[in-house]
Design a protein around this ligand. Structure first.
Ligand code: FAD
Length: 469
């Protein structure tokens, strides 16, 4: 049977940072490029557009020795990260920054640490709530779209990829819906770059939380897991699916848009204590906000937790990190419950005063004497503070889900792997739809923008090499 005419040399699903990096690099290498983007508007929503814009790896300098990066990925994932992917990340990080600059993307140093060394310019505004227009990720995407069009690449808006066209084990194209009509589009290489599954309730219920409706959508709402579903249908391996990158937020953020994506409550929790609806600690707050957000998502009711702290924590760690709770949260409408004693605080929260008193007393005792706790508390990463001087404070918290960190397993060339670890011919993937570098049992976080740009570039180079063969 003859093969239908290809629409392009490379067909890319999704026009976030991963998709546009793949598209521009492929066009630069001489391929005819077509990008399918589900969003219809020129300013289509995606996580890349609303991102804070910090290019980093493991919350540190993106441009550092490759073996240092590989070790850091192994550390944050506690050995679950795939070493070959971590090596590729480290090997190509400097190239990715230089290459993005060459496309017209501008970076600035937004702070003294490695995390903020390569921050998109102009930076996000220092205000609570979401303000993306004309800033960081939005400007980056507009720049990359223009670069693609200048190179003759096509971006087809309002085109939603539905499934993969397979023949004899090879991916030959994509079934796409546009204006209510389904069409088969063919190309020698398909690259899945459709973001994660953070906005898909069914996949979240399968892997992340029994109550996905009770998680805060700290994202653009466009990552619906279509690439993961398509790849799974044809036998691709998925990896690290249970964890997401996210932060702790005030529960009012479920209704009040001024309370997300900032301020986050991570610093309060990693200095104080998190309790569930029974006034018991349920997670190791000392592992930080990403880990705690995942633990909250796994509670039978993810909207039942509180962060408990005292005045010293509020005026100390409460003022830490980007746009901290103190003073930004109350100003944006976040309620704080306060009382002179832990017992009164519990009563105001409708928690058991005896139980909360015991939880806090045990915690304070453990800090003082080193006594063990039923739920251990790590002290190496964040210093735990005693909660012993009133006034005492509490806030209802929720888990803010930014993006899912697990996904399709690829090799270091961005080739999608089947259950036996063999590349599936004609199919590549990059960005938040992929796993292997982050996520997993310990919710290790390596960085969303670095992963998207570097593996987008790698996918294009793999496609160009296949084209040249
Ligand atoms: C508020 C916020 C702040 C963040 N801050 C940072 C930060 O400072 N540093 C950092 O490293 N990371 C950050 N991230 C994460 C980072 O933005 C993402 O990990 C990264 O942008 C993902 O890029 P992507 O191209 O894989 O996915 P996306 O940017 O989500 O793009 C995927 C695209 O695919 C499209 N699509 C989906 N399904 C289909 C389909 N079936 N057919 C066609 N198109 C489809 C979507 O519409 C979307 O445009 C942040 C995220 C958020 C939400």
């Amino acid at each position: 049977m003859s093969r239908p005419a290809p629409i392009a040399d490379i067909l890319i699903v999704g026009a976030g940072l991963a998709g546009l990096s793949a598209a521009n690099r492929a066009a630069e290498l001489g391929l005819d490029v077509c990008v399918l983007e589900a969003g219809e508007d020129e300013l289509y929503a995606c996580n890349s557009r609303i991102s804070g814009g910090l290019f980093h790896i493991t919350m540190d300098d993106m441009v550092r020795p490759a073996d240092d990066i590989a070790r850091a990925v192994a550390r944050v994932t506690r050995g679950e990260g795939v070493p070959a992917l971590a090596s590729a990340l480290g090997d190509r990080a400097r190239f990715a920054i230089d290459w993005l600059r060459a496309q017209g993307v501008t970076f600035m140093k937004a702070g003294p640490d490695g995390l903020r060394k390569f921050s998109l310019a102009p930076p996000r505004v220092r205000r609570t709530g979401l303000h993306w227009r004309g800033r960081a990720g939005d400007v980056m995407l507009r720049t990359l779209v223009k670069a693609l069009k200048d190179r003759g690449g096509r971006l087809q808006l309002g085109h939603e990829a539905l499934s993969l066209i397979m023949r004899s084990g090879r991916c030959e194209g994509v079934v796409v819906r546009h204006g209510g009509v389904e069409t088969d589009l063919y190309a020698p290489v398909v690259v899945l770059c459709d973001g994660g599954f953070q906005a898909d309730k069914a996949l979240l219920a399968e892997f992340v939380s029994a109550a996905p409706d009770r998680l805060l959508m700290r994202n653009a709402g466009t990552g619906r897991g279509s690439g993961i579903r398509m790849a799974r249908e044809i036998g691709a391996q998925l990896v690290g699916m249970q964890a997401f990158y996210g932060h702790l937020h005030h529960r009012d953020a479920m209704e009040n848009n001024s309370l997300w994506p900032f301020p986050v409550l991570d610093s309060l929790a990693s200095a104080g204590v998190l309790v569930d609806g029974n006034a018991n600690r349920f997670c190791d707050e000392g592992l930080g906000g990403i880990s705690a957000s995942n633990a909250i998502a796994r509670l039978p009711d993810p909207l039942s937790a509180y962060v408990i702290f005292d005045e010293a924590i509020w005026n100390g760690p409460g003022r830490n990190w980007l746009l901290p709770a103190n003073p930004y949260l109350p100003a944006a409408g976040g309620r704080i419950t306060s009382a002179a004693s832990i017992g009164d605080l519990a009563t105001r929260l409708a928690l058991s005063p005896d139980r909360l008193g015991e939880t806090i007393a045990r915690y304070n005792l453990a800090l003082e004497t080193g006594a063990s706790l039923d739920v251990p508390r790590t002290t190496a990463l964040y210093t735990p503070w005693p909660i012993n001087r009133g006034p005492f404070h509490a806030m209802p918290v929720c888990a803010g889900l930014t993006y899912t960190m697990g996904g399709i397993l690829t090799d270091e060339k961005a080739r999608v792997l089947d259950q036996a670890g063999r590349p599936i011919a004609g199919l590549l993937a990059a960005g938040a739809t992929t796993g292997g570098l982050e996520g997993g049992s310990f919710a290790g976080y390596s960085g969303g923008l670095s992963k998207a740009s570097i593996f987008g570039i790698i996918a294009a180079e793999t496609a160009a090499a296949a084209h040249a063969d």
